[in-house]
Design a protein around this ligand. Structure first.
Ligand code: MEV
Length: 444
């Protein structure tokens, strides 16, 4: 075990060329199998500059990881038409979005609202001493903290954003001698991670420097220990709402409108009270949120982390969407914390991301928040509608059929015949395999 571990160790991997990196990985893990090289090579871009651009997004890059980009047209959002780009590999997600878009288009479309637009970050530090003196010190340096960030925040302020507030939080009940500088920011159209982190690191420097000069502090108190300075991906004050509503009588499905709305209501109640269901319910929402976030070059890991933390903000993990049925009106909504950017990061350099943003009419950061929330709500509506009627497997397996056929290396003719066959038969891996075999043996 130990021997193998050392055998595969390599120093200076990042210094190797792309070909050398692949050669090393082939020798070490693929028994010099030439196919391994071709698998990677087939995804290289012929356009050398484009390939270089992609290589430089990350480190130790050896190829490109291709994801399908699908389109969901017919979204009516705040009275405007949208076609939403979705980067996702899961079958039936885009189809569900298309279906929900069409359904709600006939019923007034989606309505959205930005509830709040503040991001935040903290300087985490240890102060061993008199809290009253620390408060005094903080009040004295608050202006200096901001001022010493002027160079960093100048452009952001010009664009209408910047540092909104800085507070001192006493966290000594959680950890001995632990305090935070908690700052809030408006990062306008950028996700703002670099801006926020640069400001926080500057705050930390100012805090340390000014403490040494603060006369009321003892020598020990002057020695503030900075633990770290980093933005928070928990953004409950960067919140957007999306909703749909219609008279219950307009809820056409294979159930009666009354049955549909009642079952839908129960499904939401279950997701609100049972975490086993809430996680899956929210996963369906994230199918939409992540797909649009990826297509628009946003950091979906940050978004996922923030949204799931928000789903447990009251101590219990719960549904992100909610429903009210009052006076015969079905009102379904979602509220999501979303820190997104339409400038900065890879938004101006990744050709597909740029294309997707253009397709979305080059939205501002706030507009993109609305579109992503709609994608999440549409996905959730689609999932619940299927779950409470036909179940999801019928639609899902139909969409998955093509993956099974590809796994079984079927040709175009076989695919067409079997897609036709499975219009009226139940799809499973074994049933497809069996039918394909019959077809190949001329039994169909
Ligand atoms: C599958 O990717 C998502 C669903 O499980 C969501 C849900 O159960 O609500 C269908």
């Amino acid at each position: 075990m130990k021997k193998n571990f050392y055998k595969n160790k390599i120093e200076g991997f990042s210094k190797l060329s792309k070909l050398e990196k692949i050669a090393w990985v082939n020798n070490t893990y693929f028994h010099k199998d030439n196919d391994s090289f071709s698998v990677l090579e087939q995804y290289w871009n012929n356009d050398i500059d484009l390939q270089k651009l992609h290589d430089e997004f990350s480190e130790n890059t050896i190829s490109n990881f291709i994801f399908p980009l699908g389109l969901a047209p017919n979204f009516l959002i705040d009275g405007e038409d949208y076609t939403i780009p979705m980067a996702i590999e899961e079958s039936s997600v885009v189809a569900a979005a298309c279906k929900a878009a069409k359904f709600w288009r006939k019923r007034g479309g989606f309505k959205t609202k930005i509830i709040d637009f503040k991001k935040n970050g903290q300087v985490h530090f240890i102060f061993k001493g008199d809290k009253k003196k620390l408060n005094k010190f903080f009040n004295k340096i608050k202006v200096i903290l901001k001022k010493e960030c002027d160079k960093i925040s100048h452009n952001m302020t010009k664009r209408g954003g910047g540092i909104l507030n800085i507070e001192l939080f006493d966290k000594t009940n959680d950890i001995a001698n632990y305090f935070q500088l908690n700052a809030t920011f408006d990062t306008v159209d950028s996700m703002g991670a670099n801006f926020i982190n640069s400001c926080l690191e500057q705050f930390a420097k100012t805090l340390k420097k000014e403490a040494l000069l603060f006369e009321p502090f003892t020598e020990k108190e002057k020695n503030i220990e900075i633990i770290m300075s980093i933005l928070s991906n928990y953004v409950p004050d960067c919140l957007v709402r999306a909703e749909v509503s219609c008279p219950i009588a307009d809820l056409e499905s294979e159930l009666t409108p009354k049955q549909f709305s009642e079952k839908f209501y129960q499904a939401i109640n279950i997701a609100k009270t049972q975490k086993e269901r809430a996680v899956t319910h929210n996963k369906g929402i994230m199918n939409g949120v992540d797909a649009v976030s990826i297509a628009t070059g946003n950091d979906f890991r940050a978004i996922e982390a923030g949204i799931h933390a928000y789903a447990s903000r009251n101590g219990n993990y719960t549904s992100l969407s909610d429903l009210s049925i009052k006076n015969g009106v079905f009102n379904f909504w979602i509220e999501l914390p979303l820190s997104l950017g339409t400038v900065g990061g890879i938004t101006a350099i990744h050709p597909i991301v740029k294309w997707c943003l253009k397709l979305l009419k080059n939205p501002t950061g706030k507009e993109l928040m609305k579109l992503v929330a709609v994608a999440g709500l549409a996905q959730n509506f689609g999932a619940i509608s299927s779950l409470i009627t036909s179940g999801i497997q019928k639609g899902h397996m139909k969409m998955h059929l093509i993956n099974i056929l590809n796994t079984l290396n079927s040709n175009e003719d076989e695919k067409n015949k079997l897609i036709h066959h499975f219009k009226s038969n139940i799809v499973s891996f074994s049933s497809v395999e069996k039918e394909l075999l019959k077809l190949r043996n001329n039994e169909l």
